[in-house]
Design a protein around this ligand. Structure first.
Ligand code: 6CS
Length: 319
């Protein structure tokens, strides 16, 4: 049997490591009866096209990032809200993967689109790379910020006064190079492997949001599998949760050093001042209302549920 797994990132990325480990575990645990083929970004199309291929069952597995998937499932845009998640990656990981109520909610939302959600995880903090320094919301005035393609991200940057421009991942480098956009956001590892640091002068760690992605499969395909194979898949993705958190941290740490080495002149702002963070946090609040407008009462409940779960885990964490 052959299973196909498409990722939204290139070889050497966090998603690639996820897919490689998935392949390894599926192949060994099925004693070679299942073979997994990985399709890196660029071989099958944009994120949207990859999701469509899962829908049509041309491929069985894929990564579907809320930044793009939000057009299909508006509720996943909750993951794009700024200053919602904890500063602690471990807590976010638990919130995303251990809370049964949230799991159930998302399972249902994905099911409506004939998808089965397998895993939700963070690939690291979003970092702004821009052509000018950004210290406060007002500095975004008129900045053409590239965002992923869901509507909530437009709202998120309009709230700071920026002019957000949605583009697929593959077009970001040339758009920066040709000055069609003035900045973009992505985790460090992606900024390194897509070379965005070559065509921007500032790298700013605002820690406004983690980059969250989801692993999905075609629901009918999954339901048609014998129970043992279903268990195999669920076991593997569950084992991958802790693994990918370590990979993500390592990649983001190592690649920052690589960026520093390759472009010593790049201005790196490690963190915003507490005052600046407060200003951004405040400016971002109305976007929550826009999220609720896009998703209705269900969205409001989901947002409340996530906020409460984060609080609960934060309380548990502090001894
Ligand atoms: O910015 C994007 O569009 C992409 N960034 C990452 C890190 N993964 C996939 C996503 O499509």
């Amino acid at each position: 049997v052959q299973w196909r797994f498409a990722i939204e990132e290139t070889i050497g990325s966090v998603q690639h490591r996820y897919a490689l480990k998935f392949k390894e575990l599926i192949e060994t645990r099925s004693e070679g009866k299942i073979e997994v083929t990985i399709y890196p970004y660029g071989t099958l199309g944009t994120s949207d096209q990859i999701t469509e291929l899962v829908d049509m069952e041309v491929i069985q597995f894929a990564m579907a990032s809320p930044g793009h998937l939000g057009k299909l499932i508006p509720e996943v845009q909750v993951f794009l809200l700024h200053f919602l998640f904890s500063d602690d990656d471990e807590i976010n990981n638990k919130v995303l993967n251990e809370d049964p109520k949230l799991q159930e909610t998302f399972d249902e939302l994905y099911a409506r689109k004939d998808l089965k959600l397998l895993s939700i995880f963070s690939e690291g903090w979003q970092v702004w790379t821009t052509k000018k320094d950004i210290q406060k919301p007002d500095d975004f005035q008129g900045v053409k910020m590239r965002v992923m393609t869901t509507p909530l991200l437009l709202a998120a940057y309009e709230a700071y006064g920026a002019s957000p421009t949605p583009l697929p991942y593959s077009e970001v480098y040339s758009a920066l190079q040709l000055n069609m956009i003035d900045g973009q956001e992505n985790p460090v590892f992606a900024i390194q492997e897509m070379n965005f640091y070559e065509v921007t002068d500032w790298m700013i760690f605002a820690r406004h949001a983690p980059f969250i992605t989801t692993a999905v499969t075609n629901r009918e395909f999954f339901n048609s599998l014998p129970p043992k194979r279903q268990q195999l898949v669920l076991g593997v993705v569950s084992d991958l949760n802790g693994y990918i958190l370590d990979v993500q941290k390592q990649f983001n740490r190592e690649r920052l050093n690589l960026i520093r080495k390759n472009r010593p002149k790049l201005n790196i702002v490690d963190e915003l001042t507490p005052e600046a963070r407060i200003a951004f946090r405040e400016a971002s609040q109305p976007v929550r209302e826009q999220f609720i407008e896009m998703t209705g009462e269900d969205g409001r409940q989901l947002l409340e549920e996530i906020k409460a779960t984060i609080k609960e885990y934060e309380r548990k964490q502090t001894p």
